[in-house]
Write a protein that binds this ligand. Structure first.
Ligand code: TRP
Length: 527
């Protein structure tokens, strides 16, 4: 038994497979499908990928093991688990702050994650609507048609702009996505999260494999491989000099594995004592990394088979424009592209849903409160918790969505509001930018840094050893070394770099904004 008192009432995963599916579902999300291909292609291709793999192996997976054992040993919610563990070791209960930081981070992430997932939902509906209309007009043979057969290229490219110029549409999509997330979370660990993962994840993997095979066969596989994996030493050198590649690699590893946000602590709470944490962590880490690599191969070969679209990539970047503009244009030229487009957006939607469930769960586990209450009281608390926290996240998300509306279209207040505009660092940043920056560049890394310190130095090695049950001393010794020294050193350095040094550099580079000019003028005499 763990050290938690009411372990009998604690909900648990129904088994190893259930935990793995749920944890992989939480990890695999927009980070793998949108962020990774972009960052990898942009920062040096293969050189970045190698660095990323090292970060996953030597920092990500060891910290993942730490989060899981902390959760399982402590029980309750992430905050309660860490507090219990700290007091059991005779240490200060202020360590529970790590749980708070993580909980705030994951709650803040879900406020904008849902807005972006709403965009994906919009594209699912548009691609289904287009194909359905085509089949309605031309009969079942139209299933073989390219995507958006009824649209001009310009019309397809205008979809994303049209969506952000339509606040009502954005908010409806955001509301639907959040409502589904709340519904699943309100049904609890087994009946909700696990049940959803068991349905969504197999479909996700099926679609991913189909799309990748098709992309490799129909697209320019060589160009895709080279974009993703061929080391670009000049980009690497440039990035190494300003230090940002390590920040990118560690930041991406944390975001992709959902670390530093109390999320894996929370999923660890629901693990049973029999589960082998080191093996589970390795499986989750490998699965998440494979999906990131494979997703790149589902996207780039297709894009590179159309030279005009490869140019599009340079011009418009590889973030959301890749997903919602370049890729639809590629499907527009492909036989059966209509079906591929639907498959692609549904795959992305499902990946985002299993992640948003996880993000909301962290805070809902906290409002569940003490685990020593009767089952129906627990169920009621969970329902109220899920609805009120999901509702609050929705409301904050409204601000994010409205901040994306072009000012030329409509003044929504949020598109000109700069919440921390008085601080030069945040000048010109909207609510979404600020929250994105604070979570990805500050809170996740801070949470991860403190988690490593806590697991490596504060919890006794005997407790850690008892939970992790590595087969041998040497393996435990290696884990301890990584968590005590390697993770804090690198994450700490990157935290200082990402939160302080790099924004200041970026600020200086951004010549357009007034604030940057002021800083520049101020710094000129000194130069
Ligand atoms: N890992 C998910 C992705 O790759 C997103 C996510 C889920 C997440 N939970 C998280 C990110 C916690 C940071 C923290 O898209």
């Amino acid at each position: 038994m763990g050290i938690s008192s009411g372990a009998a009432n604690q909900e648990h995963w129904s088994g190893r497979a259930a935990f793995i599916l749920a944890a992989v579902g939480s990890a695999v999300g927009l980070g793998n499908l949108v962020r990774f291909p972009y960052v990898a292609g942009d920062t040096g291709g293969g050189a970045f990928v190698v660095l990323y793999l090292l970060c996953i192996l030597f920092i990500g997976i060891p910290v993942l093991m730490a989060e899981l054992y902390i959760g399982r040993r402590g029980g309750g919610s992430s905050v309660a688990a860490i507090r219990r563990l700290a007091t059991a070791e005779g240490k200060s209960s202020t360590w529970a702050l790590i749980g708070w930081i993580g909980m705030v981070a994951s709650f803040l992430i879900v406020t904008f994650y849902s807005v972006l997932a709403g965009w994906v939902l919009h594209f699912v509906l548009v691609s289904i609507g287009d194909l359905a209309a085509n089949v309605g007009e031309n009969g079942p043979g139209a299933l073989a048609a390219p995507a958006f057969a009824n649209m001009e290229e310009g019309e397809i490219s205008a979809q994303l702009g049209g969506l952000v110029s339509n606040p009502t549409r954005m908010l409806v999509m955001h509301a639907i996505f959040m409502a589904v997330t709340v519904f699943i979370v309100s049904r609890g660990v087994k009946g909700g999260i696990e049940a959803a993962a068991k349905v969504l994840m197999p479909i996700f993997f099926f679609l991913l494999i189909m799309l990748t095979l098709s992309s490799l066969v129909n697209g320019d596989a060589a160009a895709g491989f080279s974009f993703l994996f061929k080391p670009d030493f000049s980009a690497l050198a440039a990035n190494l000099i300003d230090g940002s590649i390590l920040l990118q690699a560690i930041g991406q590893a944390f975001f992709s594995l959902s670390l530093g946000s109390a999320m894996m602590v929370t999923y660890g709470i629901y693990m049973s004592r029999e589960e082998d944490i080191p093996t589970s962590a390795k499986v989750v880490g490998m699965a998440d990394t494979s999906v990131a690599l494979v997703a790149g191969l589902a996207i780039f070969p297709i894009v590179f088979s159309f030279p005009a679209l490869a140019a599009n990539l340079d011009e418009k970047g590889a973030g959301f424009a890749l997903l919602f503009d370049t890729l639809p244009l590629a499907f527009h030229q492909l036989p059966f592209g209509g079906l591929f487009a639907i498959a692609f957006f549904i795959m992305t939607l499902f990946a985002a849903l299993t992640s948003s469930i996880a993000l909301l769960e962290v805070a809902v586990a906290f409002t569940d409160g003490d685990i020593d209450v009767a089952p129906d009281q627990r169920r009621r608390r969970r329902l109220i918790g899920a609805i009120s926290l999901g509702g609050l996240a929705f409301l904050i998300g409204v601000g994010h969505a409205l901040s994306q509306v072009p000012v030329s279209v409509q003044d929504t207040f949020f598109n000109s509001w700069q919440p921390l505009g008085a601080i030069p660092l945040f000048a010109g940043k909207t609510l979404l930018d600020v929250v994105d920056f604070l979570t990805a560049n500050v809170l996740l890394l801070l949470g991860g840094f403190l988690t490593a310190i806590f697991a490596g130095w504060i919890v006794s090695t005997s407790a850690a050893k008892e939970e992790l049950r590595f087969g041998n001393e040497a393996a435990f010794g290696r884990w301890l070394f990584l968590v005590r020294w390697v993770a804090p050193a690198f994450v700490g350095a990157v935290l200082i770099y990402g939160a302080i040094i790099s924004p200041v550099l970026a600020q200086r580079a951004e010549r357009g904004s007034e604030a940057a000019q002021v800083i520049e003028e101020m710094s000129q005499p000194a130069e």
